[in-house]
Design a protein around this ligand. Structure first.
Ligand SMILES: [Fe+2]
Ligand SMILES: [Fe+2]
Length: 279
């Protein structure tokens, strides 16, 4: 069974770690260790060291999507994980912004991957980019582009792609999650689940042919949507009936509280330092 340690999250669950708006998970499989995302850059090296994880062991880094809070530590990680393969979707390098407010009060904030491809290749990155499903280790896959099958999971209206004042809603084709097969069911680790938590679960089931979902971890982005959408997501999740709901990051406090109310002891807030040993 996989063992997953949360390296970076907005909050910390044990002393000596750095919390930052971001996400990174250390994923131990039989015979292989993977890294999903790298946080925003402040915490990943420090936290790995503090938890006795040697980043030099990492040969495969997976990028869930091209936001700074998942990719900002990529150069730091590559400094230790020399020559690592970096898996992701070709769109991870797109320019992306968050637009907050309107008119004169409008703030445009750059939120994309903060490094260019050439620079990262100069740091030793070997990019393995694909729009489709990628098997990164036996029983471990990236979802590839996630078909939007639910009617309630729309994209975050504040997030755009583009540059120089010309922006369009970000379709988040690059948003993908890590799917691990286990005897107890699927273990799905989201980055932000911009493609929709339920859409992502449906894709995980489709690409593995396994319906049973055992555990969900990572960011769900539920905190950035309407209460109606949150309730629709929770209803759908109750039918999927996972045994472990260990979400955090962009899930948000109120949605996390609602999930805890619904899932009781099956809910865990996965902050930096949390260890999920599914054995
Ligand atoms: Fe995020
Ligand atoms: Fe994101």
């Amino acid at each position: 069974m996989p063992k997953i340690t949360i390296l970076c999250e907005n909050t910390v669950g044990r002393p000596g770690l750095i919390g930052e708006h971001g996400f990174s998970a250390w994923v131990e499989l039989e015979g292989e260790t993977l890294l999903l995302d790298t946080g925003a850059g402040q915490g990943v090296v420090h936290n790995a060291l503090a938890m006795g994880k040697d980043l030099a062991e990492i040969e495969k880094i997976m990028i869930s999507h091209g936001h700074y809070d998942h990719t900002g530590g990529l150069n730091m990680v590559l400094g230790q994980a020399r020559g690592a393969e970096v898996y992701g979707h070709p769109d991870i390098f797109k320019n992306r912004v968050a637009i907050i407010g309107r008119g004169d009060n409008r703030i445009v904030r750059s939120i994309g991957l903060p490094f260019g491809r050439e620079y990262l290749e100069g740091q030793g990155a070997e990019f393995v980019l694909s729009e489709g499903v990628q098997e990164v280790a036996p029983g471990a896959r990236l979802t590839g582009e996630v078909p939007r099958v639910t009617d309630f999971e729309v994209n975050d209206p504040m997030l755009f792609e583009g540059q120089g004042g010309t922006y369009a809603p970000d379709p988040f084709l690059d948003d993908q999650s890590l799917v691990l097969e286990s005897p107890l069911g699927l273990i799905i680790v989201f980055g932000c689940a911009h493609a929709g938590m339920i859409n992502t679960i449906r894709q995980a089931q489709a690409i593995t042919g396994q319906d049973q979902v055992y555990a969900l971890l990572g960011g769900t982005h539920l905190g950035f949507h309407t209460p109606e959408r949150l309730e629709a997501s929770i209803q759908a999740l109750k039918e999927i009936d996972p045994a472990v709901v260990a979400v955090s990051h962009c899930t948000g406090m109120k949605p996390a509280a609602r999930l805890m109310q619904e899932f009781g002891d099956r809910f865990v807030f996965a902050n930096a330092g949390s260890v999920f040993d599914f054995d």
